[in-house]
Every structure is written in structure tokens, then in C-alpha cells.
Design a protein around this ligand. Structure first.
Ligand code: FDA
Length: 307
């Protein structure tokens, strides 16, 4: 029941100020965010890749309000890719981009975001890696999928995220289950109305299973973005049913969540990638993590009482 309240709070400036200034916040944030800057994030990347876990890095900075911020966010990704290339990590590290951080929500934002993402795709290709476009609230899906189609003409390995909670997603999954297409399937993390999204956990889980089957049966490269043991088990069964070898799909989990399971999958020879967010603009991402799991919220609240 608290989930929708926290999701609403994730877009409130007032609550943002209160949460950011609370002295107990930082240690809890550190569980989910790999530091404020690139050097800390690269340390996390080193530790994960040493354990056989690949990474996708997210420079936090969603929902910006002017074009200068869009340029700064783009430049942060260029610096990130430069650093990953310098460490020879192009084969094991990719980047995830929220198009709202590149100006998608501004007037003329579609073209602005496309231009920024294109520049980042060029830099990624230059070091032998690729970009995945995160998916934000449902009003951005058409624009994001159109940008994906544009980018894939020149950078065919560009990936996208599909959110199983949206009722349109089975159709989108069918359209993207094609040769060369990389799709990260997630349940969905935003507050969406019943007119476009399943509301109950059971319906979202069933939709996830249907979309997963479509992607695993198809010719693309599915990326199973979930911590849910049942979905991981289902993916393994579907891989067997459709004769997929372990290098034709991968599991993905968020940094700081089910770390032991991430290492177990890597040790078992599965491809597993951690989504590693870093940067000072952590508020929206952090609040979505609190909203999706009571245990995450309890961890945050406990830190107030155990100081
Ligand atoms: P869910 O939250 O339904 O939990 C199911 C089960 O998983 C639990 O019962 C428990 O067993 C296990 N579990 C979950 N969290 C756990 C924890 N903290 N500790 C232990 N067990 C836990 N969303 C979006 O809208 N757009 C996006 O672009 C992305 N990108 C993205 C990338 C990656 C790599 C991931 C993993 C997720 C996203 N998401 C996302 C977030 C996604 O939509 C979703 O909110 C979360 O992944 C939570 O859903 P789950 O599928 O993990 O299971």
C-alpha cells in the first residue's frame, strides 16, 4: 500500500529535500548507489567483474529541466565510456541511458534525446560495447521505441527495456523478438494508471511470464531483468525448451540486490549483469527501490532507530 505513496514522493521536490538532508540517508543510499562519482563507480565495476559479473552503468540524472543539463549528462556518459575503454572493459561493461536525462521531456525533446543518445552510441561502439535505453513512465514509450529504431539502423546492438506491467508490452515484445535485438524485460517501476497497466502483482507476474516466453521463443537476445526466483527459474526452463545456449540470453539484477544470487549465477556459468547506478542525482532511483519492496523500506527506516 505504501508503494504508490513512495512513487508519488519520488517526484516531490519537498520530500526530496527532506530525505536528502536526513543524516541517516547516505548509508542506506550507498547500498543501492555505487557512489557520487566515476572513481567510486569504477571501483565497484572492478569488484563485480572480478567475480564474473558483467555490468551496465547508469549515470543518474533523470527528468532534467534544461538543455545544458542534457549536455552535461551526455558528457558524463562520454567520460564514463572513455574510462571503461581505458580499462579495457568494453567487453564486460555497457551503459544504460534514461532518455529523460538527455532532454526527452523538454520541448523538442525527442530530437534532443536522439542526438545525445546517438553520440553516446558512437562512443560505446568505439570501445566495443553498447547502450541500453531504460524505459521510464508510459508517456515516453512511443518516443523511446522510435529512438531505438533510429539508433539500431547505425548501432544494431542498441538495446531497450520493456515493462511487463504495461498492457501494450506483449505486442512490443513480439515486434522486438527479432534477430540482433537486445531486450531487457522488467516488471516496471513507475506509478501507472489502470488504463495502461496491470495493477495487481499477480497480473504483472503473469504478464512478465507471457512476455518472457515471447522473447525466449524469438530470435533476439533476451535480458531477464528481475530478482524474482520464479522468473529466473522460468527463464532457465524456457531456455531449455527453445534450445538456447547460455550465451544467447542473460540475467540482470540491480546493484545491491540479491548479491549472493548474482555471484551464484556467475559461478554456475550463467551470464549475469549488474545494473550499477552512480552519481549525485540518486533521489528518484532510490525512492523507486524503496517503493518496490517493503524490506528495502524497512532497512531505511531501521537506520533511523539504530543510529
Ligand atoms: P519483485 O519486486 O516483484 O519481487 C519478486 C521476488 O524477487 C520477491 O518476492 C523476492 O523473492 C525477490 N526479490 C526482489 N527484491 C529483492 C530483494 N531486495 N532482496 C531479496 N529478494 C528480492 N524498471 C523500469 O520501469 N524501467 C527500467 O528501465 C528498469 N530497469 C531495470 C534494470 C534492471 C537490471 C532491473 C533488475 C530492474 C529494472 N527496473 C526497471 C526495475 C523493475 O521494473 C522492478 O521494479 C524491479 O526489478 C523489481 O521487480 P522484480 O522483478 O525484481 O521482482
Amino acid at each position: 500500500m505504501l508503494g504508490p505513496v513512495l512513487l508519488a514522493a519520488s517526484r516531490s521536490d519537498r520530500i526530496h529535500r527532506i530525505v536528502s538532508r536526513a543524516p541517516v540517508t547516505r548509508p542506506v543510499v550507498d547500498r543501492f548507489i555505487a557512489g557520487n562519482g566515476l572513481p567510486e563507480a569504477l571501483e565497484v565495476v572492478d569488484a563485480l567483474t572480478a567475480d564474473g559479473i558483467e555490468v551496465t552503468l547508469d549515470h543518474l540524472g533523470e527528468d532534467i529541466t534544461d538543455a545544458a543539463q542534457a549536455r552535461r549528462n551526455r558528457d558524463a556518459y562520454l567520460a564514463l565510456l572513455d574510462a571503461l575503454g581505458g580499462k579495457g572493459l568494453g567487453g564486460r561493461a555497457e551503459v544504460s541511458v534514461k532518455l529523460s536525462a538527455f532532454g526527452q521531456g523538454l520541448p523538442g525533446g525527442h530530437d534532443l534525446a536522439l542526438a545525445g543518445a546517438r553520440r553516446v552510441c558512437e562512443a560505446a561502439a568505439a570501445i566495443g560495447t553498447t547502450v541500453t535505453l531504460d524505459m521510464e513512465d508510459h508517456t515516453t514509450v512511443d518516443s523511446t521505441l522510435a529512438i531505438l529504431a533510429e539508433l539500431r539502423r547505425d548501432f544494431p546492438r542498441t538495446g531497450a527495456v520493456l515493462q511487463a506491467y504495461l498492457s501494450r508490452t506483449e505486442d512490443d515484445a513480439r515486434a522486438l523478438a527479432v534477430e540482433g535485438s537486445r531486450v531487457r524485460l522488467v516488471k516496471g517501476a513507475y506509478k501507472e494508471p489502470a488504463s495502461v497497466a496491470y495493477q495487481s502483482k499477480r497480473d504483472v507476474d503473469l504478464a512478465y511470464a507471457r512476455c518472457l516466453r515471447i522473447l525466449m521463443a524469438g530470435d533476439g537476445y533476451p535480458m531477464i531483468g528481475s530478482h524474482d526466483p520464479r522468473m529466473i527459474e522460468l527463464a532457465l526452463r524456457l531456455a531449455e525448451r527453445y534450445g538456447r545456449s547460455p550465451d544467447t540470453y542473460e540475467f540482470q539484477m540491480l546493484y545491491g540486490i540479491r548479491d549472493a544470487e548474482q555471484r551464484r549465477l556467475a559461478a554456475a556459468g550463467r551470464r549475469i549483469r549488474a545494473y550499477v547506478p552512480y552519481g549525485a542525482d540518486w533521489y528518484g532511483y532510490f525512492m523507486r527501490r524503496l517503493a518496490e519492496r517493503p524490506a528495502n523500506l524497512a532497512f531505511f527506516l531501521r537506520s533511523f532507530t539504530t543510529r
